[in-house]
Design a protein around this ligand. Structure first.
Ligand code: CMC
Length: 386
């Protein structure tokens, strides 16, 4: 034991050693297993990134083909898992449904909870179930996975395909989604990854840990920010496009309002993911022939905020969630599904972090200390005297 050091929000605490993701917040560098995010987003598929993040190396052709075949096999989930959703009101938030379904998922199989089979089932099954969550909320029937599709393509097919028809996936949408998923694949010890490690450190199963990660991600300061950004941009639009008013509100601490999609614990010059997404936004909207006034509002808001002393002094820059929502919107993905899309991208990271933690011979249960500030010892008064 000894003296306990207070580190609010663990801003200065290294909770583990990790070989997965490198971030240099001052220089705006993000690398998975040594490969820069820029190069990965340009050159490879999400499946290759998932493989890289989890197993440490990019797959060769044979390994990739085998991995894709296994993902197709595991995309077919136990029929019973879907029935869990039928207890939910159709208006339930998709993240609440995703958390519940992931917690229950492992119970449908005979499993050790930490095998390669569990990894495949979680990655592929979450894709199927996320698409079904979208359909369930609209009273639409489940679409079974098809073979020969990419991870992004499978999701799009299961979300919008005809239950009995051939898959028809728009390749511009598929490519854009592939890139978004890659940019979200891991981000070292962020709130949800730390949650996954925390829960897993008690030797809880991968399913229980992933479900807890989904819960952490749903918060608006974390993954839920992508939904919050779009709602904020819509509010600004409905308010006559007065973005300066919202910059003013964000500067006023009394207002309790924050510019959603701005700021980051680690990045202090720019978020490299946001940079990629800003230019991807222009490309995707042009390719799809979408003219979205929200993109214009977002760019103006960013410009005003970046020139303002309040934001400059605090090193607050747009983060990954600032532009991602505009792309999801152009792809026709509804706002309430945005954080689910983040979860689909992040699941390889959660799995890799969980396994690294469990395989660390020096690892032990995560159990932070505290500095107690409550009452000193006192004795119980009889109830009639309280
Ligand atoms: N708008 C206005 N002021 C802000 C913002 C913001 N978005 N973010 C931070 N600040 C201010 C904050 O009030 C504080 O000011 P002061 O030093 O005067 O007290 C200072 O900047 C530092 O903020 P902090 O809350 O101590 O920073 P943090 O590292 O604990 O929090 C953050 C990081 C991302 C939670 C925070 O910047 C935030 O709430 N941003 C908005 C939500 C958001 O976009 N989240 C997505 C994060 S990136 C990807 C992900 O995880 O999903």
């Amino acid at each position: 034991t000894g003296a306990v050091t207070l580190d609010s929000g663990y801003g200065n605490t290294g909770s583990c050693k990790s070989e997965i993701t490198f971030i240099d917040g001052e220089k705006g560098i993000l690398r998975y297993r040594g490969y820069s995010i820029e190069e990965l987003a340009e050159k490879v598929s999400f499946e290759e990134v998932a493989y890289l993040v989890i197993w440490g190396e990019l797959p060769n052709q044979e390994q990739l083909a085998e991995f894709q075949a296994k993902l197709a096999k595991y995309a077919i989930v136990d029929e019973g898992v879907k029935t869990i959703l039928s207890g939910f009101p159709r208006s339930a938030h998709p993240m609440a449904m995703l958390g519940a379904v992931m917690a229950a998922f492992g119970s449908y199989y005979e499993t050790t909870g930490d095998s390669e089979e569990d990894i495949l089932r979680i990655i592929a099954g979450m894709n199927s179930l996320a698409a079904y969550i979208y359909r369930y909320r609209r009273g639409l029937p489940y679409v079974y996975p098809a073979s020969g599709l990419s991870y992004a393509g499978q999701f799009l097919h299961q979300m919008w395909g005809e239950p009995t028809g051939e898959p028809k996936v728009n390749s511009v949408v598929e490519q854009a989604l592939n890139k978004l998923l890659i940019l979200h694949a891991d981000h070292e010890q962020n709130c949800s990854a730390s949650t996954v490690r925390m829960v897993g450190s008690a030797h809880a199963s991968l399913y229980a840990s992933i479900s807890a990660g989904v819960g952490a991600l749903s918060g608006p300061l974390h993954g839920g920010a992508n939904q919050a950004v779009l709602e904020m941009l819509e509010e600004i639009q409905n308010d006559g496009g007065d973005f300066e008013k919202y910059v003013g509100l964000a500067k006023d601490k009394e207002s309790g309002f924050r510019l959603m999609g701005f700021g980051h614990r680690v990045y202090k010059n720019f978020d490299p993911r946001a940079k990629i997404l800003k230019s991807a936004c222009d490309d995707v909207l042009e390719d799809l022939g979408v003219d979205d006034p929200l993109l214009d509002i977002a760019k103006k808001l960013e410009k005003v905020a970046l020139e303002d002393e309040f934001f400059v002094k605090r090193k607050l820059y747009p983060n990954v969630d600032f532009y991602s929502g505009i792309i999801y919107r152009a792809l026709n993905i509804p706002t309430e599904m945005f954080t689910v899309m983040f979860a689909l991208g992040r699941v390889p990271g959660w799995i890799a972090q969980w396994h690294e933690m469990r395989n660390d011979p020096t690892g032990r249960i995560h159990r932070p200390r505290q500095i107690y500030t409550g009452a000193t010892e006192r004795s119980v008064q009889p109830i009639e005297e309280r």
